[in-house]
Design a protein around this ligand. Structure first.
Ligand code: AOF
Ligand code: ZN
Length: 348
């Protein structure tokens, strides 16, 4: 492996220590190298706390060697006064002359200004080392700032013969239907804990009465986004239990209440786009869409999705609600889980 890639890979490794705690900030790692030895390392741990570069510089004992050292950082050093002062100023003041950067920061307050500051101060700057990996690590942050919308994940389970739910008649006759095994519920709850929002449509709330929480996984529950065009969903639905922040998207008027907010949209046209605009305005950097078929299909048709996670079970439904079909799936990511490793349970 080439030398820059080697140290940038270490930055990425360090950055991942911030998984789940840096939001809404990205995960960032930094490494300081002197005579081919790492003399300081750091990562951004929590929004409001020092950035990766600050920790790395603080870890160097012999500050006088900084002027002969190189700093590697997975994201462009910042140029703005946010909750903390600019890292590019700190690097310049430390005497470091060589800065190797993974990716430009898409955040509008930085977006190249950190690099400019460093160049203006006479630093040698290299940009784009392991760039793709740096962007993938913070895919939610990059999508949010570059595309002005949250990162969109689609999730569903389908029967072996391609149905997302059995026919309502069969549901009555057959009782509970499992697409795969119970272990999947835990995986799904882990996934929910990794996202900022979880969205489901009216029919799914009616049919399954899901709570959309992470009760089988130790992690935060995302904000629930519920589509309820005419506000006809039962107030007793689990999603309206008031225990988690919940945002209802509707055409009707309603008063906000504890943990319950309403946002208006026109359901007749470009609904997925409007939904993502609402989530962007709320500062939500990602959303996992857990059906049903109609809601999933509307995002697929609009091309507004980034990743799909599909469980394929062994059971056959013969008839039912057809699973969504992915169109234009490149360059998006599609993960399929087959066999009995994962499960989705349909309540009846
Ligand atoms: C860096 N190094 O380790 C991180 C950066 O409010 P603040 O001061 O924490 O600034 C947050 C912004 O700083 C964030 O949106 C992103 O653009 C950048 N994050 N920058 O130089 C870091 N975490
Ligand atoms: Zn910074």
């Amino acid at each position: 492996m080439k030398i820059h890639e080697k140290y940038m890979a270490r930055c990425l490794q360090l950055a991942k220590n911030g998984l789940g705690t840096t939001y809404p900030n990205p995960m960032v790692g930094a490494v300081i190298v002197h005579n081919e030895k790492i003399i300081g390392e750091g990562w951004h741990q929590k929004a409001g706390e020092p950035h990766a570069e600050v920790h790395a510089i603080n870890r160097v004992h012999a500050k006088e060697v900084l002027k002969e050292s190189t700093i590697y950082v997975s994201l462009e050093p910042c140029s703005h006064f946010g909750k903390t002062p600019p890292c590019s100023d700190l690097i310049i003041a430390s005497g470091i002359k060589k800065v190797i950067i993974g990716s430009v920061d898409p955040f509008a307050a930085v977006a190249g200004r950190g690099i400019k500051k460093l160049l203006d101060a006479g630093c040698e700057v290299v940009v784009g080392v392991l760039e793709e990996a740096c962007k993938i690590l913070n895919k939610r942050f990059f999508t949010f700032h570059n595309q002005k919308r949250p990162y969109v994940l689609l999730k569903w389970a389908e029967s072996n013969d391609g149905f997302i739910a059995p026919n309502p008649e069969d549901r009555k006759n057959r009782g509970p239907v499992w697409i795969t095994t119970p272990a999947s519920r835990q995986i799904v709850h882990k996934w929910r804990a990794e996202e900022m929002a979880i969205l489901t449509g009216t029919n799914t709330v009616k049919a399954d009465n899901p709570a959309l929480t992470t009760r089988d996984w130790a992690g935060p529950s995302p904000t629930r986004i519920i589509l309820d065009r005419k506000l006809r969903l039962a107030k007793s639905s689990a999603v309206f239990d008031g225990k988690r922040p919940t945002l209802v998207i509707t055409e009707s008027e309603a008063e906000d209440a504890h943990n319950l907010k309403y946002a208006k949209a026109d359901f007749k046209k470009d609904l997925p786009r409007q939904i993502l605009d609402i989530l962007y305005a709320e500062g939500l950097q990602s959303v996992i869409i857990e059906g049903g078929a109609k809601t999933l299909a509307s995002f697929i048709e609009a091309g507004l999705w980034d990743e799909a996670r599909i469980f394929k079970g062994n059971v056959n439904f013969i008839r039912g609600v057809a699973a969504p079909r992915l169109v234009n799936s490149t360059p998006r990511k599609v993960f399929s889980f087959t066999g009995d490793q994962l499960a989705i349970h349909y309540n009846v």
